[in-house]
Ligand binder design. Structure first.
Ligand code: RP5
Length: 161
C-alpha cells in the first residue's frame, strides 16, 4: 500500500471515496480505515507510528467537525499528511476546515478544500507526491491534465450539452 486513507467515521466515506477513486484512476495501491482521533485515540497513534515502516508514503486523513485527525496523525509520523475537511451538518465544514488548516508551526498538514473536491484533490496531490520518484506515474498525471485541458477547450459554449 502506498497511500493510507483514514477517516474519523464511516459516515465520512461518501466524501473520502473521491480520494480512493482518484488513486484508482492512476493505479496507485491504497488502504482505507476508520481511525478516530477522539473515539479511538490509541489506534490513531499506532496507525500513524507504524505507517512508514509498513511502506505507506502518504496519509490522507478526512474528518468533520472538531477535525483533529489529520493534525494528530501528523504529530505521530513524519510522512506527508493531507487533510480533508468533511462537510459537517452544523457548520457546513467550515469548522472542519479551520480545525485542519490552523496547525502550529513545526507540524505540517496539507489542507485541501471542503468535501468531495477536496477529497479528490487529496488523491491527486498524493499521486503527484508519489510521482516525484516515479516517471511513469508522472506521465499518467501529465496525460490526465492534458485531457482535462483539451476537454475544456473543446467545449467553450456553456449552453451546449
Ligand atoms: C468526526 O465526526 C468524523 O470525522 C465525522 O465527520 C463526524 C461525525 O461522525 P459520526 O457521528 O457520523 O460518526 O469525528
Amino acid at each position: 500500500m502506498k497511500v493510507g486513507i483514514i477517516m474519523g467515521s464511516k459516515s465520512d466515506w461518501p466524501t473520502m471515496q473521491n480520494a480512493a477513486q482518484m488513486l484508482e484512476q492512476f493505479g496507485i495501491a491504497y488502504e482505507t480505515k476508520v481511525v478516530s482521533a477522539h473515539r479511538t485515540p490509541h489506534l490513531l497513534a499506532q496507525y500513524a507510528e507504524q505507517a512508514c515502516e509498513r511502506g505507506i508514503k502518504v496519509i490522507i486523513a478526512g474528518a468533520g467537525g472538531a477535525a483533529h485527525l489529520p493534525g494528530m496523525a501528523a504529530a505521530f509520523t513524519s510522512l506527508p499528511v493531507l487533510g480533508v475537511p468533511v462537510k459537517s451538518k452544523a457548520l457546513n465544514g467550515v469548522d472542519s476546515l479551520l480545525s485542519i488548516a490552523q496547525m502550529p508551526k513545526g507540524v505540517a498538514v496539507g489542507t485541501l478544500a471542503i468535501g468531495d473536491p477536496g477529497a479528490a484533490n487529496a488523491g491527486l496531490l498524493a499521486a503527484q507526491i508519489l510521482a516525484t520518484s516515479d516517471v511513469e506515474l508522472m506521465a499518467k498525471i501529465d496525460a490526465f491534465r492534458k485531457t482535462q485541458t483539451e476537454t475544456v477547450l473543446a467545449n467553450p459554449d456553456p449552453s451546449e450539452d
